[in-house]
Design a protein around this ligand. Structure first.
Ligand code: HEC
Length: 133
């Protein structure tokens, strides 16, 4: 019994000390950071940056579509042409997508954008440009 109590208090302490990163950050790190960088800095001429770029600032409304469908084709990001294929990320729920977008908005964009709910994501997914798929 004594040991059990000891063990459970250790477990409780451990749980209290473990402070997991917010969901949006966890999802961004897992699904996006390998290519676009932890801070959205991109990877040279291979992967475009998200931070401080004209492309994302101008196409912010398209972010749900980009996450789900990817992008294929020449795009100009801060004057540099990228012409590769980004595959859409599979298996994300609308709330996962909203979490990623809100994370990017608050931590990567210079000026945070309006908070996005799963409902907003679902609406914007209806307007995806099929040519980009
Ligand atoms: C395997 C690498 C890879 C992963 C993972 C990836 N992307 Fe991309 N992304 C690319 C490439 C390559 C392009 C450029 C596509 C082109 O040339 O048309 C791109 C372009 C973009 C763009 C438009 C250009 C820009 O820089 O603003 C956005 C926005 C974007 N990705 C967001 C994301 C987000 C958000 C995630 C995670 C959910 C993600 N990407 C995951 C490779 C990746």
């Amino acid at each position: 019994m004594k040991n059990f109590l000891k063990l459970s208090s250790i477990l409780i302490l451990a749980t209290a000390c473990y402070n997991p990163p917010p969901e949006g950050q966890r999802l961004y790190d897992f699904h996006c950071a390998a290519c676009h960088g932890q801070q959205g800095e991109g990877l040279k001429s291979l992967y475009p940056a998200l931070a401080g770029t004209d492309y994302l600032a101008e196409n912010w409304d398209q972010l749900s579509c980009i996450i789900v469908n990817g992008i294929d084709g020449p795009i100009l990001v801060n004057g540099r042409e990228y012409n590769q294929k980004m595959y859409g990320v599979e298996g994300l729920s609308e709330s996962d997508i909203a979490n990623i977008i809100n994370y990017i908005s608050r931590n990567i964009m210079e000026t945070p954008r309006a908070f996005v709910s799963p409902g907003v994501v679902s609406e914007s997914l209806k307007s995806c440009n099929p040519e980009r798929d």
